[in-house]
Structures are given as structure tokens and as C-alpha cells.
Design a protein around this ligand. Sequence first.
Ligand code: F6P
Length: 342
Amino acid sequence: MNKKRLAMLTGGGDCPGLNPVIRAVTRSGIQSGYEIIGVRNGWKGMIEKDFIVLDRGSVAGILHRGGTILGTSRTNPRKIDGASDRIFQNFKELNLDVLIAIGGDDTLGVAYDLYQRGLAMIGVPKTIDNDLSGTDCTFGYDTAVNIAMEAIDRLHSTAESHHRVLVVELMGRHTGWITIGAGLSGGADYVLIPEYPVSMDEVAETIKKRHATGRTFSIVAVAEGFKVEGVDIIQTKELDAFGHPRLGGVGEIVARELEKRTNFETRSVVLGHVQRGGAPTAYDRILSTRYGLKAVELARTGQFGKMVSLRGTEIIAVDLQAVTKSKVVPSELYEGAKIFFG
Ligand code: F6P
């Protein structure tokens, strides 16, 4: 008798922790009697029928590796004529019994469409930004915060030596999870995030007061999605397939505005994709492994149209439909961080 076939793909921006999910799905899927199909480059691979068969050997030695051995893309089947039909047909032609989509709200939104068309879909939530509703935390976030914290630690000594203000720009398109995490753990002197607008005058006043007490340097952490005086800072106007503009440059503008108002020498640093690169932390390896194991359990028990989710300390299943990009930094956390401003 032919084995049941379980496929998986990784879509959207990469995150440390994707490989541990792939490893957990493969190891546990094989144990459950599935043949495991790795679809290359997200939905692009499903459209083009580009896949590999994964065995135990294919996932050996990847637990600690960043990125995704399957590759990823931001291909959006909703925007390509006939793509959804091709995916539907390829799912059938490949004799798949279930597809596990590992991705953010864009990737999982497509999975939900296909589930509604009758395909067996399961979601694993992923975003470095940690802003997906339906789960308490996404893997990769802890790694990114640790990288950003270390950057802030390192910026301290050079800022102090040169008596400068250093503005560090961090990832976070709509929310400031990485920035608040890094700011709190790294001891930033101001944190600017999209959820809590503040004027440049206000930030400059706080920095001036800090320096009036004898401090000669400051570190400001800013999320790329922070609006300066209400204006979005966009690097290129071109949108990706899911309609997102490329952000970037807010750090430089904040630095300029602060220098103008304070007369303190101010420089900016963009951490960029460094935050998404390299080995996942132990927390992210464990979370992503647990997500992968749970996804296979859902497959085995026929719970399609679901997404794995962290609730407190438990990994549970929630409706795939539930996922949106709407989990914001709570005011209680921001108010706590404010105590340390200045
Ligand atoms: O959505 C995750 C994210 O890392 C954002 O923080 C960032 O704006 C974006 O992806 C960068 O996307 P790309 O890697 O396609 O430039």
C-alpha cells in the first residue's frame, strides 16, 4: 500500500527556527508513517511542482541552522492568474494527503483559501516581527531580540567613548515587538515604536534632560515602521507580491531630527537582515520543534484548517482563519519601558 504523503513549505521572510520545524515535521511524520515532501520556495514551489522527498538524512544537522533548507519566496498565488487552480491540481497530482504551510499571515491566508476549496491544510505561524494574532509567540523573535540586544550592548561602549547619540533601527513593519524587547533588555534610553507615536521634540527633550544630568551619550532604538511626525518612512515605493512597501531609513531621519534639536552628535545604525540570520536560540529551537510536532499530530488526527499556536506554556490548535497581523505591544509593556527612558 502506498504511504500517505505529507508536504510542507516555508513562505515569506525567513526566520531562525524554520529548519527545526522542518526537522520536527520530517522526523515525526516519518514515525507516523508518512512520506515527507518538501516543497521548494513557498507557494512558488506548489505552482511549479518543485519539490524534494525528505528523509531522515535530509534533515540531519539542520537544528542549529538559520534560514530554511526548502528556500522561501513571497510568491502570492492570489495575484497570479490561475495559480490557485494549479496548486489545487498539483496537490491532487502529487497525491498529497496534507500540506503544512509554515508562514506569516500572507502565507497562511493562502492556505486558508485552499482549505476552503477542500484541500487539507495545516498552518505553522511564523514571523520575526512577533505580531501574529492567534499565538502568544512566534519562533525567531527571541533570536532577533537577542541579536538586537547584543547590538545595543556593543553600541553603548562606542557611544560612550565618543559622547554620541546612537539611533539603532530594528525590524518591525507594523509593531515594535523586537524594538521594545531589545530596548528593555539592552537598556536603550528611548524606544520608538509604531504603536505609540511621540514627537521628535519630546524625544529630544528627554535626551537633553538625560545629558543635563551628566550623561554624555544615549541610545535610541527605533522600529522601522515608526512614523516620524506621523509620516511613514519608505525605502522604495515598489510593493512586494503581498502589497508591502520596503521600509527603511527611519533611523537616519530620527538621528537627523534629534541632532537638529539637541546639537549632540548623532549617528544611526541599521541592523537589517542580521536580525533574521544565523542560529536560533534554545527558546526558538524548542518552540519551533514543538510547533512541528503538533502540526504532525494535527495531520495524523485529521484536524485540517487549523494552525498550531502557543497559549501560555501549551501548544494548541486554533482556526487557521484566526491569524492576522494584529498583535500589538501592550500599553502595560510600553509604560514599563518608559520608566527607563532618559
Ligand atoms: O515581515 C518580516 C520582516 O522581517 C519585516 O520586519 C521587514 O520589514 C521585512 O520582513 C523585510 O522583508 P524582506 O526580507 O523581503 O526585505
